[in-house]
Design a protein around this ligand. Structure first.
Ligand SMILES: NCCCNCCCCCC(=O)CS
Ligand SMILES: [Zn+2]
Length: 669
């Protein structure tokens, strides 16, 4: 299934007709440079083009009042003076004879996108619209917004398609107060927003934008505000909030549709946000949301005022929606102290509503050590003077690198005779294993080697790995006689490269052999129900879950709160995902894991399974091919206290080595 793009150049045909410093950044070029960048990068052509349409009055009235609509309806016939007069009643917004038409097109575009996704015409998509929507309220325009495009889309999806739970992720740098007011008492719509706040000193200067505004009445817990109390937030700050707050809650909420208030004024260079996150961060934010709701994701443009970073961010978002592998994010540092404090405040404000945020009993927050930030090489407080003095417009950043998708997406090595699932290429090679490899294997697997079939698939596996290294293949799956033997082969092969880094994810118990060395060439995370004898080290992380991989919520907590931060900070060039014999991992969680891990290493994920686990081949291959993982069962049970404690203990022990694991402010030290 494809990716929709909704765009109509009619929405460029309004602009500011008088002097107003607060509004001059909202220009028609925002849309044209974004669309042209999609065309230039060959992304527009890969999308399913969906026409915009005007919203009907009934659709607008899903959110707005009659009197407000009646007022806006008159603006096309107003003189310049009347338009100025009409505008004065609202804040930081302007009207124009054609803005009502464009505002109806913006809402209609969001609804067209919604229809295309909900009817299965496409898997996901983006609507490039202006005016934006998330600030507009029931009876008021605000912050360049006239109608609340995404809020109307949420109500529309619930009414027309019976969607029971909608997640709205607002990564725009401003608080979408209009969306918050619309759904704050509604438990069927979870609104998440981070926003520049500076302790209420930043626009729209609302007390209710702070973290303690968790929603009202039945909606308590379903409104999540993450205030940024400093500017200069970076990729690691954004990712930390995803790992330690948004994703765990989103999986527990289990939405049937994800709407994104895709504002890109949270990117570097934007005069409003003054943040320092690079445009390619949106490739990862999008990727991390794409396995929710069975992949049903609608991104609707909100803000974004730097005409260089905006198109780059739009392209990064659309390219991920199209299934291209995200670029590797290098040198992710520690989240800054201010971000950690905000994160900790939001988590504690929402602890009573979300079982994934329950703190391990007996582990007081204050167990973090003050030395932690400095020893992790984290910036702690960002003191680079240089950045502070440069204005947003003077900021410079590298153009996001090309995201090449190898000619073959998924290749398989299967036991003799089996046909590969559709879309996958099969690899079988007759070559002998390299003698040095054979010697190495004999050292460790004397007994198995007597069984000649033990080696059968290894030459093909090596061919698969070589093709991956040459970027001829994106990812692969091998069904082998012995996964531990195959693991050793792969790590022996890739380990020869001087600076190789392999993230090894072992699902299930069993010895992962001696390869898990401490030289940093591998980082092994083993999730199982067994207590492994091997001690925890910086590069070997055994996650002991009481019910092992059979318990979805415990597993997801380990995946989101431990494995993802570790993996992003380690930044491997290969991910080796090993399903150990008798792992007992439940299907849904396994596919979530296969889906999410593709955000690393430009998608180079190699899955190893043992013969006899063939049932898993089909679903694993479909996820490797880019199909979204099916949603987990709802409701997700609360994680077991023992599991919470296990993950918490590991996190606090490892966070001095891996600072992306941090999720509490130093102030508790
Ligand atoms: N007036 C003091 C400086 C702050 N200006 C705020 C202007 C509204 C921004 C709304 C927006 O970007 C929508 S995403
Ligand atoms: Zn904004």
């Amino acid at each position: 299934m494809g990716t929709a793009l909704v765009y109509d150049e009619e929405m460029t045909k309004y602009k500011l007709l008088w002097v107003d410093p607060a509004c001059k950044i909202e220009v028609p070029e925002r849309l044209t440079v974004s669309y042209e960048a999609l065309v230039k990068n060959g992304l527009c052509q890969r999308c399913v083009s969906i026409p915009a349409r005007e919203a009907t009055e009934a659709e607008i009235l899903l959110v707005h009042s009659e009197e407000y609509l009646e007022g806006v309806k008159k603006t096309p016939y107003m003189t310049l003076e009347d338009l100025k007069e009409f505008t004065l009643q609202y804040g930081d917004v302007y009207f124009h004879p054609n803005i009502y038409h464009c505002a109806k097109l913006a809402v209609g575009s969001a609804l067209q996108l919604c229809d295309s996704v909900m009817t299965g015409k496409v898997r996901n998509g983006m609507a490039l619209v202006r005016p934006p929507g998330h600030h507009s309220m029931r009876s008021a325009a605000s912050g360049f917004c006239v109608f609340n495009n995404v809020a109307i889309a949420a109500r529309y999806a619930k009414q027309k398609y019976g969607v029971k739970r909608v997640l709205i992720v607002d990564w725009d740098v401003h608080h979408g107060q209009g969306v918050q007011y619309c759904f704050e008492d509604d438990p069927s719509v979870l609104y998440f927003s981070w926003h520049r706040y500076e302790h209420q000193k930043f626009w729209p200067n609302l007390r209710e934008s702070d973290y303690d505004n968790v929603g009202k009445e039945d909606g308590a817990g379903f409104n999540i505000n993450v205030p940024w109390n400093k500017v200069g937030m970076k990729n690691s700050d954004y990712l930390s909030v995803f790992f330690h707050l948004l994703l765990p809650v989103a999986y527990e909420f289990c939405p049937e549709l994800v709407l994104v208030c895709a504002g890109f004024d949270s990117a570097i260079g934007d005069p409003e946000g003054e943040m320092c996150a690079s445009p390619d961060i949106f490739a990862h934010l999008t990727h991390l949301l794409m396995n929710l709701a069975g992949g049903k994701l609608c991104a609707v443009l909100e803000g974004g005022y730097n005409l260089t970073s905006l198109p780059q961010s739009v392209c990064q978002t659309v390219q991920t929606l199209l299934g291209d592998p995200p670029t590797r994010l290098s040198d992710l540092g520690a989240p800054c102290e201010s971000a950690l404090e905000s994160l900790q405040c939001v988590r504690s404000a929402h602890r009573q509503y979300w079982s994934c945020l329950r703190q391990a009993a007996g582990l007081p927050d204050s167990h973090v050590s003050a030395k932690r930030i400095r020893s992790a090489g984290g910036e702690g407080e960002r003191t680079e003077v240089g950045e502070e003095e440069k204005s947003a417009e003077e900021q410079a950043w590298p153009e996001p690198p090309q995201r090449v998708s190898p000619p073959v997406r998924c290749a398989l090595v299967l036991p003799g005779g089996e046909a590969p699932p559709d879309g996958c290429e099969q690899i079988s090679s007759r070559e002998e294993l390299h003698p040095l490899m054979l010697t190495k294997l004999r050292e460790h697997f004397q007994s198995e080697l007597d069984n000649c079939s033990a080696l059968a698939s290894l030459p093909s596996l090596m061919t698969l790995v070589e093709k991956m290294e040459k970027n001829e293949i994106r990812n692969g799956l091998a069904v082998v006689h012995s996964v531990t033997m195959a693991m050793m082969c792969v790590l022996q092969h890739v380990g020869d490269a001087p600076s190789s880094r392999t993230l090894v994810v072992c699902v299930g118990g069993g010895s992962v052999g001696s390869h898990a060395r401490e030289d940093g060439k591998t980082l092994t995370v083993q999730i199982s129900s067994e207590d492994t004898e091997k001690p925890t080290g910086k590069f070997y992380v055994p996650v002991h879950l009481k019910k092992g991989c059979g318990d979805a919520s415990g597993f997801m907590q380990a995946l989101l709160g431990l494995l993802l931060p570790l993996g992003y900070q380690y930044n491997p060039d290969l991910v080796l995902l090993v399903q150990m014999p008798n792992a007992g991992v439940c299907g849904g969680v396994w596919q979530q894991l296969v889906g999410v891990l593709q955000g690393f290493a430009q998608g180079h994920v190699l899955v190893l399974m043992q013969e006899g686990e063939q049932a898993r081949v089909g679903p694993t291959a479909s996820t490797l091919l880019g199909d979204p993982a099916p949603p987990l069962e709802h409701p997700l049970q609360a994680p077991l206290p023992e599991d919470v404690e296990a993950v918490e203990t590991l996190r606090s022990r490892l966070q001095s080595d891996w600072s992306l694991l941090q999720n509490t402010g130093e102030s508790t030290a």
